[in-house]
Design a protein around this ligand. Structure first.
Ligand code: DGY
Length: 353
């Protein structure tokens, strides 16, 4: 049942007039004792089914998008929040969170949209969904590498604009991936899954991360560790951004970093848009200092920097990294695992605070 404010109640508590007859309706007791959770966007069917089996779910419709005011208002009526990266739970929002909210679980690996310090200060437990995204996001990074190297979106645009003159020897000539050096910045689960896939395309894998992987893992992935970012940049004909958005990484991909890459390097980003200085990236793509950019994420999504729209040497996706049903199901289950643990008085399996 959709209500005027876009909220959908998935479990109807009211039956007939008067008190419940529990002998006729034993599940009423269970229903009545169910905790209430708000899910801020419709999630895959399997996730919603599991959520509804355990909780009295208030699910927000996707039209209109939930506003922060609606979130705060609805939060008064529930015991936990299952949010997405769209709901920016900054300090001011967490400070206004009603006292009954002590559990927030996010349907994402990234948690840059939540002020964890503010949550700690309010005693709010926060968890994320760190594993489900891995393979799906590595696949999108691989697709961006291939699509950028082989100029896929230029070809697609040529056909769709009915301007393909026919096969030509020098038409949309790109480059192969095999034998090229791929520098991976951020070698967590997604960076490693990308390395595994890029090896299948015979790329040479290099990485930089604040944590070095054990030698056996480096050997298994055929990955060469660089002690500094500068050292990685120097060798990276292809460069993939796979680090989280933190105060240390935000805006790191700027003019001075770009200038350390080989001329014409191809960069792909499946992490977070705010790691990139868009003005510097766009200037480098225009001048040819960077050959191509494959981007799945943008600062200020969905209002991306105007400069990207008409740049031919870009391959752009609307944050598709985890958009595979296997990933989205697992993300939902992980987010629910956190909530289940919280209500069972246990530590969240994917806790952030
Ligand atoms: C995440 O989980 O943080 C991803 O960006 C969603 O695709």
């Amino acid at each position: 049942m959709r209500q005027a404010n876009g909220l959908v109640r998935s479990v109807r508590l009211g039956h007939k007039r008067g008190a419940y007859d529990q002998s006729r309706c034993p599940e009423c007791l269970i229903l009545m004792s169910k905790k209430k959770i708000l899910i801020t966007w419709p999630l895959p069917e399997a996730v919603m089914a599991r959520a509804r089996a355990s909780y009295d779910v208030i699910a927000h419709g996707d039209d209109p998008k939930i506003t922060i005011e609606e979130l705060l208002e609805t939060a008064k009526k529930v015991d936990a929040l299952l949010i997405t990266l769209n709901e920016k739970c900054r300090k001011d929002v967490i400070e206004r969170m009603p006292d009954n909210i002590k559990c927030i679980s996010t349907f994402s690996i990234g948690f840059d949209h939540i002020d964890l310090d503010a949550c700690k200060a309010r005693g709010i437990k926060v968890g994320n969904a760190p594993h489900g995204v891995t393979v799906a996001t590595a696949e999108i990074a691989m697709l961006l590498l291939l699509g950028s190297a082989r100029r896929a979106s230029e070809g697609e645009r040529m056909i769709r604009s009915r301007s393909w003159p026919g096969w030509q020897p020098l038409q949309l000539v790109g480059q192969r991936l095999d034998g090229k050096r791929l520098g991976i910045y951020g070698f967590g689960k997604i960076g490693q899954a990308l390395a595994q896939r890029a090896r299948g395309f015979e790329m040479e894998i290099h990485y930089y991360d604040i944590y070095r992987q054990p030698i056996e893992k480096e050997k298994a992935l055929g990955a060469t560790y660089h002690e500094t970012l500068d050292s990685l940049l120097k060798v990276s004909q292809f460069f993939s951004i796979n680090a989280p958005s933190t105060p240390e990484t935000r805006g790191f991909f700027n003019k001075s970093v770009i200038e350390k890459l080989p001329h014409g390097a191809i960069v792909v980003n499946t992490a977070r848009g705010d790691l990139v200085n868009d003005d510097d990236m766009i200037a480098a793509l225009k001048s040819g200092r960077l050959g191509y950019a494959g981007l799945d994420v943008f600062a200020g999504e969905p209002n991306i920097h105007e400069g990207y729209y008409d740049l031919p040497n870009t391959f752009l996706f609307p944050h598709l990294g985890s958009a595979a049903i296997e990933a989205r199901n697992q993300m939902g289950f992980e987010a629910l695992d956190n909530i289940d643990a919280f209500f069972a008085g246990k530590e969240m399996p994917f806790k952030l605070t």
